[in-house]
Write a protein that binds this ligand. Structure first.
Ligand SMILES: NC(=O)c1ccc[n+]([C@@H]2O[C@H](COP(=O)([O-])OP(=O)(O)OC[C@H]3O[C@@H](n4cnc5c(N)ncnc54)[C@H](OP(=O)(O)O)[C@@H]3O)[C@@H](O)[C@H]2O)c1
Length: 319
């Protein structure tokens, strides 16, 4: 079969011939129609993600939309290595296939899955979000952050606050439902003061963090200054992405002195079943017209060039 193939973690995948998979017990073959190029897929294919495949060559791709042998159209996830979703055929556990609502096309469904899950899973699965709560999204200008705004709104957020490093990019987030825009370009102490007053004024309950690094440290310092005899407010901060740093300096006192609850959301902190439940919710919201995403469909044969030039999260390969 034709597939994108990773031969070397340091190089983009090449289009070529790969062995056909066969299904074992509890598995099904999927005839792939679309497969998304998310940050997760890029990171896995570079060998740097904690879930990267250890044996080369491999076919990249964690999810997509395809057809089951009985003709049913499904969103599928977690192919069995070395088979990934960027191939004519892949193999997944049958329970890792979910129906795609009729109103959602193959390209949109593939594009929505992983980035949409990032906030839906974090809010519902990890933060136990309740309608009416206020949500701050740290690093909201990427594909996942833009969906996070819309998903927080869809799930009933009171206010949605967003941060970004680029004033021009965050301005556009108002149209997606952001109420408060916070630029990250201030010196760090000033940023911490800004966060401190904004968290208090807008009574933020949940922080979704796509950045980690300095701005996450700053948020934690701002929260920890809330310390009082009431152990309030409880602020659940969910770590989702590390666009600006893999590590932070975390003073123990930040956790002792405040209602801060530090959580993570991703492969491993939510079960595969919970991740798929989140994606079902995302697809249903999309079918209701509540979510918009800009996705560019590219033929899989062009994988090598697209990998080097395209922004992750915006490209969906058509197989
Ligand atoms: N845990 C999960 O379940 C999960 C799922 C999906 C994604 N993620 C992670 O979430 C992160 C975002 O993913 P994505 O899909 O949104 O990626 P993306 O669409 O590629 O986001 C990139 C955008 O983020 C902004 N950005 C990049 N570096 C930044 C920095 N240092 N400070 C502030 N903003 C920065 C940039 O916007 P501007 O150029 O406009 O500033 C950039 O265009 C990634 O780390 C990804 O791996 C996690």
């Amino acid at each position: 079969m034709k597939a994108a193939i990773v031969h070397d973690y340091a190089a983009p995948p090449r289009y070529g011939d790969f062995t056909d998979p066969s299904a074992q017990a509890h598995e099904t073959l999927v005839h792939v129609r679309t497969a998304a190029l998310s940050q997760l897929v890029r990171s896995q294919a570079s060998g740097k993600h904690y879930s990267s495949g250890k044996i080369l060559p491999l076919v990249p791709g964690v999810d997509g939309v395809g057809q089951l042998p009985d003709g049913k159209r499904v969103y599928f996830a977690f192919p069995r290595a070395p088979f990934g979703s960027m191939a004519q055929t892949t193999v997944v556990e049958r329970c890792h296939c979910i129906a795609v609502p009729d109103g959602v096309d193959d390209v949109s469904a593939a594009a929505l899955g992983n980035p949409g899950m990032s906030s839906w899973g974090a809010l519902m699965g990890r933060a136990k979000f309740q309608p009416g709560e206020n949500v701050l999204i740290n690093g909201a200008t990427g594909v996942s952050g833009r969906l996070a705004i819309q998903i927080a709104r869809y799930l009933g957020a009171g206010k949605v606050l967003v941060t970004g490093r680029n004033a021009g990019s965050i301005e556009g987030l108002k149209a997606l439902g952001a109420d408060v825009l916070i630029p990250l370009d201030a010196p760090i102490e000033q940023l911490t003061e800004t966060f401190r007053s904004i968290l208090r004024e807008h009574q933020v309950n949940v922080i979704l963090d796509y950045l980690w690094g300095p701005s996450a440290e700053s948020l934690i310092h701002a929260v920890s200054a809330h310390g009082s005899g009431t152990a309030e407010p409880r602020i659940r901060m969910v770590q989702i992405g590390s666009l600006s740093g893999n590590t932070i300096a975390l003073p123990g006192s930040a956790l002792r002195s405040s209602g801060l609850e530090l959580l993570g959301s991703g492969l491993g902190s939510l079960s595969n079943e919970a991740l798929l439940d989140a994606i079902s919710g995302v697809l249903k919201a999309a079918a209701e017209g509540a979510l918009s995403i800009e996705a560019e469909a590219v033929p899989l044969a062009d994988v090598e060039a697209a990998w080097q030039t395209a922004g992750a999260g915006r490209v969906v390969f058509r197989v």
